[in-house]
Design a protein around this ligand. Structure first.
Ligand code: UD1
Length: 418
């Protein structure tokens, strides 16, 4: 089994550029399939990661043509199929974006349940109730979903009981071909929603309000290709790079980012003693001081992203005093704690809250990451641990990041892949 050997104690210094956003790319690939003509849709700045490759395989299975090369995806053609086997859907959460796309385009879907990271309960009720309101009939049995719509989807006023990112995307995708106006109330406000909206706008859909809690979208039965769209930078990778720089007492410039997408995190970093300078799309992070203990909450955007929670926990192990971390989005995203404890972290958990007593001198051990963000956090723990940490679970790392270990090595880390 492949592993990383991470030798800790090296300061990061230099310039680094994050990849394009995984989550935005996944939504935009699904959206590209809405085109009703045979013109190509070009998506640029796509990260070369396994989740994207799986998404491309699903698109090909559905009959469209896909070329993925040099961080660019080209999609055209027509749907010939509306079945996605569970062997594919269970590989990633974003497979459920094809519900909205297929039901709007072909009137039916026949697929397995979505998969994704094991970060606690991940219900699909908001997706289902929204699509039902638009006219979809669901039949869910034996881990399979069959659904159809008798006529065309109907635009509706849809209230979300929680501002789910996935449900907001799915409704936008379905509503793009629905009859009339759809209003999403309590919509997610994440930057990936704005990116999807900008892309759909280029394809001819009229949308307002993306990035606010009220999105208004007018459906169109003809959606054109012949569009080029560049995906936004990955704010989660940017956050990881910022924290890795901070905990190693580094001096790093993150280029080609959108600093606003990480304001909550950058504010936290500056509060605990790290020097942050923002100039255009550059974020300069420098740390020469001991980290102060902190209290941080993970919340929907513009709060700190839940995806950064595991690595913020690593940062808390390096802060002096008692820190607390609350995750309001995925309150059970804590499976990695036992691994950090093996490395010497002092952590107590009470439901959605962690309390950490630092600073802990983390020490080498053999650890395994069980989801994308957990394995990344353990990699960063290795950067500050004494000795050489052995890290397993790399297939999760490659689901979300193209060459993070190499990028970190380029700015001074010592990570060997075996
Ligand atoms: C997306 C991201 C993920 C990120 C998350 C929150 C992708 C592929 N994944 O996941 O990286 O951590 O947003 O920013 O973009 N919920 C329900 N019912 C539903 C749907 C969600 O109760 O039908 C709950 C979830 O259990 C969770 C919360 O809503 O507690 C947030 O989930 P959601 O925003 O939907 O996350 P995802 O779209 O799955």
């Amino acid at each position: 089994m492949k592993k990383l050997l991470i030798t800790g104690g090296h300061k990061l210094h230099g310039v680094i550029v994050p990849d394009g956003s995984k989550n935005s790319a996944l939504a935009c690939i699904a959206a590209a399939c809405l085109a009703t003509d045979n013109n190509i849709v070009v998506l640029k700045n796509i990260p070369d990661i396994s989740d994207i490759n799986i998404m491309c395989q699903i698109v090909r299975m559905l009959g469209k043509k896909v070329i993925f090369d040099n961080n660019t995806i080209i999609i055209n053609g027509f749907f010939t199929n509306c079945t996605i086997p569970s062997t594919m859907t269970t590989k990633l959460r974003a497979s459920l974006y094809f519900w909205g796309v297929l039901i709007a385009s072909t009137g039916e879907i026949n697929c397995g349940l979505p998969g994704g990271d094991k970060i606690g309960n991940r219900p699909i009720d908001i997706h289902i109730s929204a699509l039902q309101k638009m006219g979809v009939h669901f039949d869910i049995a034996d881990n399979a979903i069959r659904a159809n719509v008798t006529n065309r989807l109907e635009g509706q006023n849809i209230y979300l009981k929680y501002p789910s990112v996935g449900a907001t995307c799915n409704i936008m995708l379905a509503a793009s071909k629905a009859r009339g106006k759809t209003v999403i109330i309590n919509a997610a406000r994440e930057p990936e929603i704005i990116d999807l909206s900008n892309f759909l706008t280029k394809m001819g859909i009229q949308i307002t309000g993306a990035g606010t809690e009220r999105i208004v979208l007018y459906g169109n039965s003809h959606i054109h290709g012949n569009v080029v769209h560049e995906i936004i930078p990955d704010r989660i990778e940017t956050g990881v790079l910022a924290i890795a720089s901070a905990i190693t007492y580094g001096n790093v410039i993150i280029r080609k980012s959108i600093p606003y997408h990480n304001y909550a995190l950058l504010y936290l970093l500056s509060e605990i003693g790290i020097e942050i300078a923002i100039a255009g799309d550059n974020i300069h992070i420098q740390n020469t001081r001991k980290l102060k203990a902190f209290n941080a909450s993970m919340m929907p955007f513009p709060g700190i992203a839940t995806d950064l929670q595991p690595i913020i926990t690593v940062m808390a192990t390096q802060a002096n005093g008692t820190s607390s971390i609350i995750d309001y989005v995925f309150p059970e995203r804590f499976q990695y704690i036992s691994e950090l404890q093996l490395m010497g972290a002092e952590i107590e958990r009470h439901y959605n809250t962690l309390r950490l007593h630092g600073k802990s001198q983390l020490k080498e051990n053999t650890v395994t990451g069980n989801d994308i963000r957990a394995v990344t956090a353990l990699m960063c723990a290795g950067l500050v641990a004494e000795g050489t940490t052995e890290l397993y679970g790399l297939h999760h790392l490659y689901r979300g990041y193209s060459d993070l270990e190499q990028k970190l090595n380029n700015i001074g880390a010592n990570i060997v892949t075996e």
